[in-house]
Design a protein around this ligand. Sequence first.
Ligand SMILES: [Zn+2]
Length: 88
Amino acid sequence: MRCPGQDTRKLTVSYHPCPTCGKLVEFFSDELMVKCPACKTEVHKEQVPSCIQWCKAARSCIGAKKYDAIMKDMEEAAARKQRVKYEG
Ligand SMILES: [Zn+2]
């Protein structure tokens, strides 16, 4: 008999491109970071819904404070990716 908790915990798989080599890295829904199997770069799952990046209403939609925090996070993530690219 299977534990009912196991049944409701459905893991989904998604793919995110490695910022260094572009390989699609497999993420299970409970994973936030996976090492790229090809080049060992740490690939972080984007937590931000993509609409926030382009939607003009995003700031009022999710709240200015949260929006600014997310944008700051994304800028820092982009800076990290740049460093990886040039140092790697
Ligand atoms: Zn890679």
